[in-house]
Design a protein around this ligand. Structure first.
Ligand code: SAH
Ligand code: SF4
Length: 347
């Protein structure tokens, strides 16, 4: 059966070496294959020049080279954002987005098919969880876009785990994917150019802190009081703001790395002066940065993006408190490729 075969992108170099030596081939062939897959971004065994034909055929028989099937491929009207709906072998689906502006080429990767955490304003949350995906299914999303870019002599410059799903709810697979993507024997992507965004699963923020990873951490805060945050992000009932901020401060103190907070500005919901003041109270003195984004529309949520005047007043309160903050420009909204707009869809 097709899906019983080991999946290429799930394999570490060591696991690939075991398979290749079991086939009676020398171990160095595994390094060659790994290099073709990641450094050269080759998409199938038969295209791997430099490997004997017999070996290429044997490998194609025993290893599955792809789990992702492109089901929908959309380009935004300004040509800068491309969104792909991928089908997985069991029918689950993920969406992945590539954004290209000036010299940056950023892939926004999904870490789960759907999400169980139910944030009210997020399309992924509105759709529920299909399943966790494997490290290889995460890695293949990246390699898909890398191959597409190489056709134009370009490369991915940044990776953000901000697509569908909660990365820390699939912690081990996400960490394995990062290990593969940053492996110097293979893709060798810089950890500092990767960002993980979490809704705030406190025990996993603590676990991530211990990893002493160079990968950037972003936390979806969106509200500065439990009363409000609970209505937007149900997980706040489990991990209230006080615990979350304590864990974030612990991260900064232990890693000496700056942490980012995300805040989708929703008209008359979380863009009030009271929320801005509560936020400055939470973040005072922390090595951090706040990323604002006007709310993107989703089918299942009635709120609206904040008006320009309210956004500037909110940001001014942070400026005055000395808390670094920026407003992200919304991209790809015409193809529902913006933050929080990804979901499984069939049209
Ligand atoms: N599960 C992770 C990462 C995926 S969501 C998390 O929640 O952090 C990526 C970012 O998009 C998060 O900051 C999330 O809160 C935000 N987001 C969700 N819905 C949104 C919307 N409708 N408009 C703007 N941002 C949204
Ligand atoms: Fe899940 Fe993040 Fe969406 Fe919340 S915002 S439902 S955690 S993907």
């Amino acid at each position: 059966m097709k899906n019983k075969k080991p999946f290429l992108f799930d394999l570490t170099l060591k696991e690939l070496t075991d398979i290749i030596t079991e086939l009676g081939e020398p171990a160095y062939r595994a390094k060659q294959v790994y290099e073709q897959v990641y450094s050269k971004a080759v998409s199938s065994f038969d295209k791997m020049n430099g490997l004997p034909k017999g070996l290429r055929e044997k490998l194609a028989e025993v290893i599955d080279v792809s789990h992702l099937t492109t089901q929908i491929d959309k380009l935004s009207s300004d040509n800068h954002t491309r969104k792909i709906l991928f089908g997985l072998p069991d029918g689950a689906q993920v969406e992945t987005v590539l954004m290209g502006y000036i010299i940056r080429r950023t892939a926004c990767i999904s870490t789960q098919a759907g999400c169980a955490l139910g944030c009210t304003f997020c399309a992924t949350g509105q759709g529920g969880l299909q399943r966790n995906i494997s490290s290889g299914e995460i890695v293949e999303q990246v390699m898909f876009f890398e191959r597409e870019l190489r056709k134009k002599n370009e490369k991915l410059t940044n990776l953000v785990f901000m697509g569908m799903g909660e990365p820390f709810a699939n912690y081990n697979e996400v960490m394995k994917a990062i290990e593969t993507l940053t492996d110097p024997n293979g893709f060798n992507f810089g950890a500092r150019r990767i960002t993980i965004s979490t809704v705030g699963l406190v025990p996993y923020i603590d676990k991530f802190t211990l990893e002493q990873s160079q990968v950037n951490l972003a936390v979806s805060l969106h509200a500065a009081t439990d009363e409000l945050r609970e209505t937007m992000l149900p997980i706040n009932k489990r991990y209230p703001i006080r615990e979350l901020i304590k864990s974030c401060r612990n991260y900064v103190n232990n890693t000496h790395r700056r942490i980012s907070f995300e805040w989708a500005l929703i008209d008359h919901v979380n863009d009030t002066t009271a929320q801005a003041e509560a936020l400055t109270g939470l973040l005072k003195g922390m090595l951090c940065h706040v990323n604002f984004i006007p709310l993107n529309p989703t089918k299942g949520y009635g709120g609206h993006e904040s008006k320009k005047m309210r956004i500037s007043r909110f940001m001014q309160i942070l400026d005055e408190a000395g808390i670094p903050n920026t407003l992200r420009i919304r991209r790809g909204i015409d193809i529902n490729a913006g933050c929080g707009q990804l979901r499984q869809e069939s049209t």
